[in-house]
Design a protein around this ligand. Structure first.
Ligand code: PMP
Length: 444
């Protein structure tokens, strides 16, 4: 199994030679918030799958809903007027959940990259239908991550996810992210930095010409870029600027929706109503590849007024509104509500964040501790505090391995250790994660 894993399964982010020397862990079982690898080693999954297994690996209501749907209607797509009852019920549920965000219509996809692509396309088409066809450009944040498709990759702020595929889509521009630990302004005060980033956005809009811009896309808390929550004034400031210039605001909530931040959506955390929202991941607890794009009335009505616009989103998806995925999502969202997991995300998130800050007192390798909004936290490791030199790959790999061997799976991304455990974890699980990290960091 290990040999084939390295030789014949194409790993997107590991070189085969590295995999042979340092085999990626092969997970064979999941139970609650814990996973077991092929060698029988059991760990707390502090990655939560990939930010998505919010309810853990033993969620019986989702499993039962999938089984029942497979028995009754295993497939029927949303295409040329056909539909299925599970997808309709899910759209109604989502309307309820996202009404406070001003979002009332749902379109279904197979995952986060699809959802981003759809939202970006809808933004352009919205302007075309309004006779503003010149609005084709997109703005986004440096350090933002928006998936793997061509439009999403074009708005990705991290050059590592862009440059090897260039030329990508022209007309995509990135502005500095409100990241106090590292920013081009050398500004560490979050509020002043938010204002500087908003000014940079205004400057970019003036430079490009507001009438050429379709949308600004952002994650309410930057996730894959290293868990970077902005100051509370930032996203409301973005909303105001977008409104002033007729630019649509797309919230990419593939990570932040469905309770991870301690709020139902990341936009709600900042009191902002986006025009479009991309979601996926935790909508089915990771049990089925599925995503939802939520539309505001303002956007949806433009499409609904024009009968010719209905062939939107290119040509539709074979798996849009897949009934098994929709059934999984319905069960998942009901369970998410019933267990009030967003409240547990807040409480356990506060405990984890405080524990990480305590670790930073003891381990000088920790340069920055980020979190404070639910169960999204990160440690940025440095080799030198003063210069903030990012840690080298060999050392962070050692920390990663030692933490895993001690009993906790974490994610490493560049110089960051990212923590996004299931939202149902207990106080004891948080203590285990912190103790394992303590051991892992000591190995550096
Ligand atoms: N947007 C964001 C904010 C993400 O974090 C991700 C995935 N990590 C995506 C889009 C892409 O989602 P997927 O991997 O499901 O295609």
């Amino acid at each position: 199994l290990k040999e084939n894993n390295a030789r014949h399964l194409w790993h997107p982010m590991a070189h085969p030679a590295d995999s042979l020397a340092n085999p990626p862990d092969i997970i064979v079982e999941g139970d609650g918030v814990e996973i077991t690898d092929v060698d029988g080693h059991r760990t707390v999954d502090a990655v939560g799958g990939l930010w998505n297994v919010n309810l853990g690996y033993s969620c019986a209501p989702i499993k039962d809903a999938i089984a029942a749907q497979l028995d009754r209607l295993p497939y029927y797509s949303l295409f040329r007027g056909t539909s299925n009852d599970a997808a309709i019920e899910l759209s109604w549920l989502l309307r309820d959940f996202f009404a406070p965000d001003g979002l009332t219509r749902a379109f279904f996809t197979s995952g986060g990259s699809d959802s981003v692509e759809v939202a970006l396309r809808l933004a352009r088409q919205y302007h075309k239908l309004r006779g503003e066809g010149a609005r084709v450009k997109y703005l986004s944040l440096k350090k933002g991550y928006h998936g793997t498709h061509t439009l999403g990759a074009s708005v990705n702020g991290n050059a590592n996810f862009r440059t090897q595929y260039e030329p990508l889509m022209p007309g995509c521009f990135h502005i500095p992210a409100p990241f106090p630990y590292r920013n081009p302004f050398n500004e560490s005060d979050p509020e002043r930095l938010a204002q500087l980033c908003l000014s940079a956005l205004e400057d970019e809009i003036a430079f490009q010409g507001a009438e050429s811009i379709a949308a600004f896309i952002m994650e309410p808390i930057l996730g894959a870029g290293g868990v970077i929550p902005p100051h509370a004034s930032f996203m409301p400031g973005v909303r105001q600027i977008c409104d002033r210039h007729g630019i649509l605001l797309i919230a990419d909530e593939v990570i932040t929706a469905y309770g991870r931040t301690g709020a139902w959506s990341g936009s709600r955390l900042w009191g902002v109503q986006p025009d479009l929202m991309s979601t996926a991941k935790a909508i089915t607890n990771g049990y089925f590849p599925f995503g939802a794009v939520m539309l505001s009335d303002r956007v949806a009505e433009v499409f609904e007024q024009d009968r010719t616009a209905k062939g939107s989103i290119g040509s539709g998806y074979t798996y849009s509104g897949h009934p098994v995925g929709a059934a999984a999502a319905i069960a998942c969202l009901k369970e998410t509500e019933r267990l009030q997991v967003k409240d547990n995300a807040s409480d356990r998130g506060a405990q984890l964040y405080a524990g990480l800050q305590a670790l930073a007192e003891r381990h000088s390798i920790i340069g920055d501790v980020r979190g404070g909004h639910g169960l999204m936290c990160a440690l940025e490791l440095v080799s030198d505090h003063g210069s903030r030199t990012p840690i080298d790959k060999a050392t962070i790999t050692r920390v990663h391995r030692a933490t895993y061997e001690a009993g906790t799976m974490v994610r490493v991304s560049g110089p960051n250790i990212i923590l996004s455990p299931p939202l149902v974890l207990t106080e004891e699980h948080v203590m285990t994660i912190l103790a394992c990290l303590d051991t892992g960091l000591a190995s550096a």
